[in-house]
Each structure stands twice: as C-alpha cells, then as structure tokens.
Ligand binder design. Structure first.
Ligand code: PMP
Length: 431
C-alpha cells in the first residue's frame, strides 16, 4: 500500500519538544513514526513493518484494527458518540452486565471512566466511602497511575515525579522469592513478606487502613509473579484488619496472564477490581467493579463525562465477545507457556539473561549488565536492535532492565517463534 506523505520522526520530535509538556516520554534513540496498525503489525512512515510484541502496553489483545472491532466502533461513531451518563444509553448497561458475567465472585457493579489512573482514584474513593477510613497500603515497585493519588500509590521511583505525594499511603515489599527482601528462601521461609504487611498496618498506619492496592503481577515493576501462597495469606491479614483488597488489573486483566483476571490464579476474590487498557480495544477506557454491598456506599451523584460512552462501551462489548468466542484467554495461557519456556532455553544459553518469568502472555526477561554497559543500557540496546530488526518489545522493572513481552493474545505460534529467533540473534550481538 503506498504510504501518504508523513511529516516524519524528526518533525514530530521537534513539535513534541516545542509543544508537549517535556515529561512526554518515548522509547528509542531514533524512534520511527508509526502510521498504521494491522493485526500483530505496526507500520512506520517509511513503510517498514514491526511485529508489535508490547501491544501499546497490554492494550491490543486482539491486535491492531481488528476488522470486527473497527466495524463495531465505526458503526457506533456513525450513530451516537456521546451523551454523558445524565442521559440513558444502552451500551453502558450492556457492558456492565457483560462484565458482571466475567468478573470473579460477587463483583457485579461497575463504574466506567476513561483510564486506569482514574479507575484507581475511583476505587480509592469507594474504599473510603465503604470503610469510613482513609489510609492505604500498596506495594513497593507497584504502579497505579499518574494522577496525584495514583502516583502516590505508585511505588516505582521512575514514575513518582510528585515531590509532595499524598499522605496516608504505606508501601510494603512485594513478594519476590528470587531475591527475597528478607533474605529467605522460598520453601523454608515463613512468608515474612505477608508478616511485613501486618507489621506495616500496626506500625506505620492508624491500624485501620481502608484498603491495600495490589497489581496481581507487577507489570511496570518487572513482571513480578508472587508465590502461590501469597495472596491467600495476604487476604487473611486484610480480613483481620477489615481492610479491602483492591486488585489493579489494568494491565493484567482480560486474559493477559492466561486467566480472565490474574487474581484467579490464586482463587482470591478482591473486593474491588480496577481495569482499563485492553477492554476498550484501543478506545480510552477505565472502570472499577465491586459487590452490591460495597457499591451501596456510593450513592451520592457521581459522573464521568466520557466514562462508559457509547463508542467505548460498544468497543468493550465487541472485545469481550471476540475474546470469549475465540477462547483467547486459554490461548494466552498455552502460547504464553511455550513462549516462556523458549525464552528460558535462551536464558540457559546466554548469561546476559538472569531470569525469565511471567504468566500467560505477560513475560519478563531480566537482563544483567555487561561491562561497560549497565543492565539498563544492555536492555536499551536489545530493544533498539530488536526495533531495527522489526520487533517492538517493552522494558520494565525498577532498574529498567526487564525486557517485557506482551504480544496480542491472538498471535500465532509461528510468529512468536520468529520473534524469539530474532531475539536470540540480538542477544548474540550483545554477547
Ligand atoms: N495501573 C496499572 C497496573 C498500569 O499498568 C497502568 C498504566 N500502565 C495504570 C494503572 C494507569 O493506567 P492509565 O495510563 O490508563 O491511566
């Protein structure tokens, strides 16, 4: 397909520098101008094709511009785009009903907004309304958004820009068995990581925090998967102090980890789930969902101008229909396992990889430094070389040294094998 005239990366960078707030951050030394997406591929202004293995940070579960999805969105755009929730429209209630069918446990009531950050803000408000309390616990290395409260809940230095974070938030160490912050070994430990939560409640709060925010698997924290016992034990502690458990499934939700919601891996039902990203199929979406009982505490008027608007709600409905019809959640589990195993093989061959972890199609490859390059520099080099070879990957972790794979859930086995081969070639050049 002939590409139309584009202004090109240099002109975009110049305008970005001139007109965007300087915090707007991008990957790559020579970033391409992305102009088109189709399926698992993105195309730049020169016509070069990239396999998108990061999905706009866990968004395009169905790939780019899925024809049915695009059709559903366009049909709605042509019919009715926006009214706000002060008028009755159908897609928002249908999507809430549909969500109630896939959410775990008794979670059945939803508030729609436009981003993950906003979803977490709303969840915090709801927890305060329900419990009458105002303090929160969250994980070190967690990420919950870039709003004032979302950023304060975030425990990653890289994303904590605010010099005056909101008070009343205590960060506790996440479970990380490979490098246990308590110097223990999984199998012989006493879950000191769970004990640390109780001791934080008793020593760093009033003793009555409203809730604890968790990312079931930390995404930006470097794809950190807790041991199987962690969440059931955490739940016991939170129950003891009558605290709510808020699972931020913004990144992990909708099949990314091989379950509809990641908390299902441990059979723990949160009191509030927050989500966004994938549900909108590329349209901006956020939501928080809870039980009848907790929802009953939020009765004063609440409105989001765009939350649950007909276009996004229609996109969400079509997304869930395709996700389930094509069994993409199970597929994510199976394909993800094979991807992880293949990457683990590479870890055995290339000592620049210190760990491979993840669940479903959320896999992190931890990179170690290679003199004179730091671990983060090596990771950057890998990402740059992969981009040049036509593959887009992510990077996460407190040290920015975890190459992160979050491809579309519909990606084929062959394409993944091809991508892993390209990855191996790049690793050889770093050797
Ligand atoms: N929570 C998690 C776990 C996230 O990964 C993100 C974004 N990366 C957010 C919240 C914030 O979402 P948004 O950018 O849509 O505000």
């Amino acid at each position: 397909m002939p590409e139309r005239e584009f202004i090109g990366p240099e002109a975009i960078l110049a305008k970005k520098q001139r007109y965007l707030i300087p915090c707007a951050y991008h990957f790559y030394k020579d970033p391409p101008q992305i102009v088109r997406g189709q399926g698992i591929y993105l195309y730049d202004s020169t016509g070069k094709r990239y396999m998108d293995l990061y999905c706009g940070v866990s968004v395009h579960a169905l790939g780019h511009c899925h024809p049915e999805m695009t059709e559903a969105i366009c049909r709605q755009v042509r019919t009715l785009q926006h009214t706000t929730t002060i008028y009755l429209t159908e897609p928002i209630v249908n999507l809430a009903e549909r969500l109630a069918g896939v959410l775990p446990g008794k979670l059945c009531r939803t508030f729609f907004c436009c981003s993950g950050s906003e979803a977490n803000e709303g969840a915090a408000l709801l927890a305060t309304l329900y419990t009458g309390r105002n303090e929160f616990l969250a994980f070190q290395n967690g990420l919950h958004g870039r709003t004032k409260l979302g950023m304060s809940l975030t425990g990653l230095a890289f994303w904590r820009t605010d010099p005056h974070p909101v008070g009343g938030i205590t960060h506790v160490p996440p479970p990380y068995c490979r490098c246990c912050p308590f110097g223990r070994t999984y199998g012989s430990c006493r879950f000191e990581c769970v004990g640390a939560v109780e001791s934080a409640i008793l020593t760093a709060t009033s003793g009555k925090p409203a809730a604890m925010f968790v990312e079931p698997i930390q995404g930006n924290g470097g794809v950190m998967v807790p041991p199987p016992e962690y969440y059931p034990k955490l739940r016991e502690v939170l129950d003891k102090y009558k605290m709510l458990l808020i699972a931020d499934e913004v990144q992990t939700g909708f099949g990314r980890t091989g379950r509809m919601f990641a908390m299902e891996h441990w059979n723990v039902v949160p009191d509030i789930v927050t989500g966004g990203k994938a549900l909108g199929g590329g349209t901006p979406v956020g939501f928080f969902s809870t039980t009848d009982q907790i929802a009953a505490s939020y009765t004063r008027a609440g409105a989001s101008t765009f939350g649950g608007n007909p276009v996004t709600a229609q996109a969400g409905l079509k997304f869930l229909e395709i996700l389930q019809r094509e069994s993409l959640v199970a597929r994510s589990a199976a394909t993800g396992e094979r991807l992880k195993n293949r990457l683990k093989e590479l870890a055995g061959m290339y000592d620049i990889i210190s760990d491979v972890r993840g669940l479903g199609l959320m896999v992190g490859v931890e990179i170690i430094g290679r003199e004179p390059l730091s671990a983060a520099d090596c990771t950057d080099r890998i990402l740059e070389n992969m981009k040049d070879a036509g593959y887009l990957l992510g990077k996460t972790g407190p040290g920015r040294n975890v190459v992160t794979w979050m491809p579309p859930l519909m990606i084929g086995e062959e394409e993944l094998i091809e991508a892993v081969e390209a990855f191996e070639k790049v690793l050889r050049t770093i050797r």
